[in-house]
Design a binder for this molecule. Structure first.
Ligand code: C5P
Ligand code: ZN
Length: 475
């Protein structure tokens, strides 16, 4: 067990020390600007730091950005802030932040570029992989903990660990191994200790809290279960075969099943998967660790970290980050209602996007494959659609997806698989080089990265990416 041999104590201590210095700087401010990223990890990061600032009586203004480019930095600089706290972004823009003369704290997990920010909390700085070992929300949680400690109230912000885990799960940090690792695991342990989190081995399917079981099976996309995913009738028949009663007073959800029923369904799924030729690695992803937020009501999206993160994505990716932030900060009334409405729309958009990719197909290159959605998939969700497309696409080549961005440029999202990463794939590195070559900017993680490039640069960019990814996979 990793926690026995390597509890990441040293790494945690180093990042905590950096956090404590940053906290000293923050707590003497009257007002700060928080700049965060528009996805579940970014929203939970903003939620964590906002709650911690409120508790420390530091006023804040919170801004969300799709990416931290020069124009975003100018927007921030125009506010004339005394101090900016960048969360889930900033590590890739250190020299630019310094050139703007901004006093900054960065709590991020993207691959650092350049150097120069002193108050910089990032797992890469202690040799840990930011795609699996700590999320942006995790880095921000360490900062929030340090703020409590600096105020002489150590442990006071440990309840915010729930949000940190939602962010990590939102960034799919548990995907590679079926559970959270590294410093994420330390965050989890702090949350368990504080009685706000629990974890268990369970089905990894989405919708355990909120969907009827047959719907949960029907909508399973990752892992994709041949013969069940996408087929409501087959799912109902499958459950009846296992002797499962579908209805009680209402459609029964996963959380309504007793242990025996759960075991029957799980082993039935494994048998199905084996018969359909799923690999061991794929089967292992059907069952894994799941994370519950004990302070949230059972049967709601917010109880399950994965459902919570999807709810947040559904606000942020459609320009309603404020709604998601309010949910993170505890609004269970209007903001939650609005978030649920957005979630329904989001689901429909993902279904439509997947259908488009299926109908039009994916173009293979030597080492990559790609599709171009033009204006038919929003640039903010095209990466999610690309990732989900692995259900049916060739898993041996990374997927690039293009969509028009609202500023007249081209958004690119790149997604790989864990197997490809093990073979040397690093999409962040490839995409930032290729984008720079054609006059764009990009970055991200080894398994998921993105860029914005000039519209006319698509072909050159593809050629460049194909060559770079080829180099990675051959070496
Ligand atoms: O937008 P998308 O979901 O494809 O982004 C995947 C990852 O790449 C995210 O972590 C995002 O922060 C990062 N990214 C980046 N620079 C960009 C676009 C995306 O670092 N220009
Ligand atoms: Zn993130």
């Amino acid at each position: 067990m990793e926690t026995e041999n390597h509890g990441f104590g040293e790494e945690l201590a180093t990042l905590s020390r950096i956090s404590e210095r940053a906290a000293e700087l923050i707590r003497h401010q009257k007002e700060v600007v928080v700049a965060s990223h528009v996805d579940a990890d970014g929203l939970t990061s903003a939620g964590i730091i906002s709650a911690a600032l409120d508790r420390a009586n530091v006023e804040r203004e919170t801004l969300f950005f799709k990416q931290l480019d020069l124009s975003a930095l100018e927007t921030i600089a125009d506010l004339g802030p005394d101090l900016v706290i960048f969360t889930d972004l900033g590590s890739g823009m250190q020299s630019e932040i310094l050139e703007m003369d901004l006093l900054a704290v960065v709590a991020d997990h993207h691959r650092p570029q350049g150097s120069g920010i002193d108050h910089h909390i990032n797992p890469h700085l202690v040799g840990l992989d930011g795609a699996t070992h700590l999320s942006g929300s995790g880095s921000t949680f360490l900062l929030a903990r340090a703020l409590a400690k600096a105020a002489g109230r150590a442990g006071k912000n440990d309840d915010l660990s729930g949000l940190a885990i939602v962010g990590a799960v939102g960034d799919l940090q548990d995907m590679a191994s079926g559970k959270l690792l590294g410093l994420n695991r330390r965050v989890l342990e702090i949350g368990v200790e504080a009685e706000v989190l629990s974890f268990a081995r369970d089905l990894k399917l989405f919708g355990k809290q909120t969907r009827p079981v047959f719907k949960m099976l029907e909508f399973s996309s990752d892992p994709y279960i041949p013969g069940l995913s996408g087929d409501e009738d087959a799912c109902i028949a499958f459950l009846k075969e296992q002797g499962i009663r579908l209805r009680g007073e209402r459609w029964r959800r996963w959380i309504d099943m007793n242990a025996e029923e759960k075991a029957k369904i799980a082993s039935g799924l494994v048998r199905r998967g084996l018969r359909a030729g799923l690999s061991n690695a794929q089967l292992e992803r059907v069952v894994g660790e799941v994370y519950n937020l004990l302070t949230e009501q059972e049967g709601t999206e917010l109880r399950d970290a994965s459902e919570y993160s999807t709810l947040l994505n559904a606000t942020a990716r459609y320009g309603h980050s404020g709604v998601g932030l309010s949910v993170c900060l505890g609004d269970r009334g209007r903001a939650l209602d609005e978030a649920r409405r957005l979630l329904n729309e989001h689901r429909q958009n993902l279904v439509n996007g997947l259908k488009l990719v299926k109908d039009e197909g994916i173009v293979p290159l030597t080492y990559l494959q790609y599709f171009d959605a033009g204006d038919r998939i929003l640039e903010t969700i095209v990466g999610i659609v690309a990732g989900m497309s692995f259900q049916t696409a060739d898993r041996r080549k990374p997927i690039l997806a293009f969509a028009w961005s609202e500023d007249g440029r081209l958004k690119v999202s790149a997604r790989g698989t864990q197997d490809l990463v093990r073979s040397g794939l690093n999409l962040a590195e490839a995409i930032s080089k290729a984008a720079e070559k054609v006059g764009g900017v990009g970055g991200g993680h080894n398994v998921a990265a993105g860029a914005t490039i000039p519209l006319e640069a698509k072909d050159e960019f593809l050629e460049e990416m194909d060559a770079l990814v080829g180099l990675q996979l051959r070496s």
